[in-house]
Design a protein around this ligand. Structure first.
Ligand SMILES: NC(=O)c1ccc[n+]([C@@H]2O[C@H](COP(=O)([O-])OP(=O)(O)OC[C@H]3O[C@@H](n4cnc5c(N)ncnc54)[C@H](O)[C@@H]3O)[C@@H](O)[C@H]2O)c1
Ligand SMILES: [Zn+2]
Length: 344
């Protein structure tokens, strides 16, 4: 992972250095990002002596599909992208996930580089080597573990995002800090106004810390069979709210609600105390919703959670800020708590 304040020719040079065999580079991006950030990258790639082609997909999670992949495979073949060539994902998590999946399957695997342009992609989606697409049966149902050659973060890319998307992306940084690093959580709290205003200095610190925290968890459990589950804090209830609200909330907003709900459950079950208040305060200061009882929740989604085994579900709990432990929680108790407030 390389991070700098400003985008510039260094991005193309870093792509070339990360993929030394590549002669052709296919830059995958979406319509929104292409308009604001693609041209300088395309020019710099050409200036580095690479043959660069641009492949623009339609924005939105609804287009993270096998159909979009099929169109990309054809476009890559037309652009004569070969085994030694490389893809670049310039965009948010949707572009990153789809480019990673296409890279892992086109010609049985070609190199790729992530250039995340949303806060969520910078702190979370571009780190950890998971790629995925959605199918009619579910989100992220088809995918692979496939690591990029490099992740290149230019913090200036993040400044063109909508404020709401930026703040929601920072929720994942809050999640990693509160579960893994108390000092990082305190820094986020103290720098919130600067962070929300895209201050490069504040972002460098917080994005850098989040990337390091996620990378460390992933290093310990790359295939997501154990410790990596702490990254799921807020996501069990969060996913049920995302579905219950018909995906009108941003992912980070649903995770904010999910972290509050899961922490309230954990406090009621006597698994932790004292964390709810700083968590809620921080999220409120980020203009995130916290009143999860007013959100629609899809109970069916809770019951099909990927972390379920039998009648229990593994819930990350934060016993104190900066630390998380995994608890097997009876699914019926969690469902009763979130649906009608029955104390566990
Ligand atoms: N692989 C993983 O580990 C992982 C982790 C978390 C999330 N994800 C995935 O990430 C996706 C969500 O990512 P996201 O929140 O970045 O959404 P996104 O990629 O849909 O981007 C959000 C919106 O912002 C626009 N955009 C992106 N960068 C911009 C910029 N710099 N300026 C202006 N507009 C910009 C996009 O066009 C889009 O409309 C989901 O599909 C989710 O499943 C993957
Ligand atoms: Zn998430």
């Amino acid at each position: 992972v390389q991070m700098r304040l400003r985008a510039g020719p260094w991005l193309a040079q870093a792509v070339a250095a990360a993929c030394p065999e590549a002669r052709r580079i296919a830059v995958v991006t979406d319509n929104h990002v292409a308009v604001v950030h693609a041209a300088p990258l395309m020019e710099a790639l050409a200036a580095s002596g690479l043959v660069a082609s641009q492949h623009v997909i339609t924005p939105g999670d609804g287009h993270k599909t096998l159909q979009t992949c099929a169109a990309l495979y054809d476009a890559l073949a037309d652009a004569e992208i070969g085994r030694n060539d490389a893809l670049v994902a310039l965009g948010g998590g949707v572009v990153g996930d789809i480019t990673g999946f296409v890279a892992s399957t086109y010609l049985r695997g070609v190199a790729y580089v992530q250039i995340p342009t949303t806060t969520l992609a910078a702190v979370d989606a571009s780190i950890g080597a998971k790629t995925a697409v959605n199918t009619h049966r579910g989100k992220n149902l088809v995918g692979s573990f496939y690591a990029p050659q490099a992740v290149l973060i230019a913090l200036s890319h993040l400044t063109t995002q909508a404020r709401r998307s930026h703040a929601a992306g920072l929720v994942e940084a809050v999640k990693m800090a509160i579960t893994l690093d108390a000092a990082a959580f305190a820094r986020i709290q103290s720098q919130l106004p600067a962070l929300l205003a895209y201050s490069g200095e504040a972002l460098a610190e917080v994005v850098g810390a989040a990337v390091g925290q996620k990378a460390e968890v992933v290093r310990a459990d790359g295939r997501d069979r154990g410790r990596r589950a702490v990254l799921n804090f807020g996501h069990t209830v969060g996913h049920a709210i995302e579905a219950g609200e018909d995906y009108r909330l941003l992912h980070g907003e649903a995770v904010a609600l999910g972290m509050v709900a899961e922490t309230q459950y954990a406090e009621a079950a006597g698994l932790c105390s004292g964390v709810l208040q700083p968590l809620t305060q921080t999220l409120l200061a980020m203009n995130m919703p916290v009143d999860w009882r007013r959100a629609n929740l899809h109970v069916g989604a809770l019951k099909c959670d990927k972390k379920r085994s039998g009648n229990t579900i593994v819930l990350p709990v934060v016993p104190e800020i900066g630390r998380a432990s995994l608890h097997s929680v009876p699914l019926d108790k969690l469902v009763a708590f979130v649906t009608d407030g029955t104390q566990p």
